[in-house]
Design a protein around this ligand. Structure first.
Ligand code: AGP
Length: 371
């Protein structure tokens, strides 16, 4: 009923709008009185964590994209090598696992069979397993050595939204916690990043307040046959997630690319009028932002219609954006938390306009309990 959906037409839309709260709840109580990070159900000792020499993140679908962001954060902040692997592939390649490997399983439901089988395989090889999960008492956290629970509340829509944002939060917390335990050079900045994370619910709300801009854009694209998504760095998994959302609920051909890969093939797809959603990284000291702008110039010169998400005040993008949606100014590693929100709204509105059942897309189940 509409009441269960807080007056929204779909659970998915309701859940998108719950994200500021979900992010805030997932950050709650993580700092002790001494200012240090504490993860209550971590259950892995500091010594165990200091011994870790490699992390392998395993997950499926949207949770896998959260894992891709986690790799960027953990490697940058903690200097521990991280691999991210699809749960369904992991076991079958005879992965190298030791007791100093930390396997991180990310699963909203905690019941995904591919992910469950992957952690069972890891534990047989004596690796430590940490779950990032939204469902209390589900199978994956029960079979893990420790867990970081996300606090999204129940996610009903088959397309994951608040599940994803809270997984990102948990991944940042894990990365910061590892940096704290390992005492990396980055140590001094941990509380600064925590402060920035605590600003994120407000930033997500700022994006949601402009939902109508995204809905108008979605309505302009109901006749599109294909949509591409481009991103770089932490924006790359955002592009992949934007494309997955569109496939899942709008049944539209959609593909995400790392912008730097365009010239290695995908640019051949570009033709007059092809919509390309571009996640522009924040302006920083490195060349990331400028490289993205030149990628956008390239596709636009070949006729693409560029729909750009860029931070507030970024005027360099203006000449190359057919449509510009501004995002709050946040650090590049945290940008997925705000950049993915318009892509969720876009898919939800487009699917809705096409008359699809947004909460129960064809051929899909909320949790995939078969391998
Ligand atoms: C997301 O929109 C999907 N429905 C799907 O990719 C999902 O993220 C995947 O099946 C993993 O589920 P889990 O997080 O519950 O393990």
């Amino acid at each position: 009923s509409a009441a269960e959906k807080d007056g929204h037409d779909w659970f998915m839309r309701k859940e998108i709008f719950e994200q500021p709260r979900a992010v805030a709840d997932s950050l709650l109580g993580r700092r002790g009185e001494d200012g240090l990070l504490q993860l209550d159900e971590m259950r892995l000792s500091d010594q165990d964590l200091r011994d870790i020499d490699k992390i392998i993140i395993i997950a499926a679908g949207t949770s896998f994209y959260a894992g891709m962001v986690a790799k960027y954060a953990i490697e940058h902040w903690c200097r521990i090598p991280v691999e991210v692997e699809l749960a369904s592939e992991f076991r079958y390649r005879d992965p190298i696992l030791t007791s100093d490997t930390l396997v991180v399983a990310i699963s909203q439901s905690g019941e995904t069979a591919d992910t469950l089988q992957a952690i069972r395989h890891a534990r047989v090889q004596r690796s430590k397993v940490l779950a990032i999960c939204n469902t209390n008492g589900s199978t994956i956290p029960r079979e893990s050595d420790g867990v970081i629970y996300t606090h999204a509340g129940p996610e009903i829509g088959v397309a994951s939204t608040k599940g994803f944002l809270t997984q990102l939060v948990a991944c940042y917390l894990l990365a910061l916690y590892l940096a704290q335990v390992k005492g990396t050079r980055f140590g001094d900045e941990i509380s600064q990043v925590m402060d920035q994370l605590e600003q994120m619910p407000g930033h997500v709300q700022t994006v949601l307040d402009k939902a109508d801009e995204v809905y108008a854009l979605a309505r302009d694209h109901v006749d599109s046959r294909s949509v591409l998504f481009l991103g770089r760095h932490a924006g790359y998994p955002v592009a992949l997630e934007g494309a997955l959302k569109l496939k899942e609920i709008a049944y539209l051909h959609a593909e995400g690319f790392a912008a730097g890969e365009l010239k290695h093939g995908p640019i051949a797809l570009v033709e007059e009028g092809l919509p390309i959603l571009c996640v522009v990284p924040p302006r920083g000291r490195d060349q990331l932002h400028d490289k993205m702008i030149s990628g956008i110039q390239e596709v636009r010169a070949r006729g693409a219609r560029t729909l750009c998400l860029a931070e507030e005040g970024d005027t360099t993008i203006e000449p190359y954006a057919d449509v510009l949606f501004t995002l709050p100014q946040v650090p590049v590693l945290l940008q997925p938390l705000v950049a993915v929100v318009p892509l969720q709204l876009f898919a939800c509105e487009l699917a809705s306009q096409l008359g699809h059942d947004v909460d129960q897309p064809r051929n899909l189940a909320k949790s995939v309990t078969v391998e």
